[in-house]
Write a protein that binds this ligand. Structure first.
Ligand SMILES: [Mn+2]
Length: 179
C-alpha cells in the first residue's frame, strides 16, 4: 500500500495553501486534489506499484496544483518534500510565460522526461476533470477540452494501463457535452 504519514503531510500542506480556493463548480478545491489522489491510489493498487513509487505518485497528486494555483514556489516544495517531489510538481505546472496553446504541449514534454508514476498524475488529473463541464463554459471551450484530453491520453498512455483505459472511457462519455 502506501504511507499514511506521507499522505497526511502532503494533504495538510495542500489544504493549507489552497485555503479558500474553489473548483469551477464552487466546491472546496481540496475535493479536486483528493479526487486526483484517489485515482492515483486506485491505480497503484490495480497495477501493484511498489510502495516507494506509490508514495511518490500519491504525494505528487496531492501537491500537483500548488505551484500553479497558489503562492507556493518550487523552493517551498523542495524545502518541505525534497528535490524529486519538487521536480515532479514543477513538471505538472504550466509555464504561464507561454501562450495558452503552447502551455499543454510544453508541460507534456517536460512530463515525458519524468517517470511513469509522475506521468500518471496527469492522467488522474484529467480523469477527475472530465466530469460535467462548468455552466460558464461555452461550446468551443468544451470541444477544445475534449480534444486536449485526447492529446494528453495519446502522449501519456504508456504510463499506466488502468488510468489510460479509464481516461479513454471518460473521453467517450464527455462527448455528450459537445453541442
Ligand atoms: Mn489539477
Amino acid at each position: 500500500m502506501f504511507s499514511q504519514e506521507k499522505y497526511l503531510k502532503a494533504l495538510n500542506f495542500a489544504a493549507k495553501v489552497h485555503g479558500e480556493q474553489k473548483t469551477p463548480h464552487g466546491l472546496p478545491y481540496l475535493t479536486h486534489i483528493t479526487s486526483v489522489a484517489m485515482e492515483v491510489i486506485h491505480a497503484c493498487e490495480e497495477s501493484k506499484i511498489d510502495i516507494e513509487k506509490a508514495d511518490l505518485a500519491i504525494t505528487v497528486a496531492l501537491l500537483h496544483d500548488t505551484i500553479e494555483d497558489t503562492d507556493i514556489t518550487y523552493d517551498d516544495i523542495y524545502t518541505t518534500f525534497g528535490i524529486d517531489i519538487a521536480e515532479a510538481v514543477d513538471s505538472l505546472t504550466k509555464d504561464k510565460t507561454l501562450t495558452k496553446k503552447e502551455q499543454m504541449a510544453d508541460s507534456i514534454n517536460r512530463l515525458l522526461t519524468k517517470s511513469y508514476e509522475i506521468q500518471m498524475v496527469k492522467l488522474a488529473d484529467r480523469i477527475t476533470n472530465m466530469q460535467k463541464p462548468p455552466e460558464t463554459w461555452d461550446s468551443e471551450k468544451i470541444y477544445n477540452y475534449h480534444k486536449e484530453a485526447k492529446f494528453i491520453l495519446s502522449c501519456l498512455k504508456n504510463s499506466n494501463a488502468y488510468l489510460s483505459e479509464r481516461l479513454e472511457n471518460k473521453i467517450a462519455e464527455y462527448r455528450v457535452n459537445i453541442k
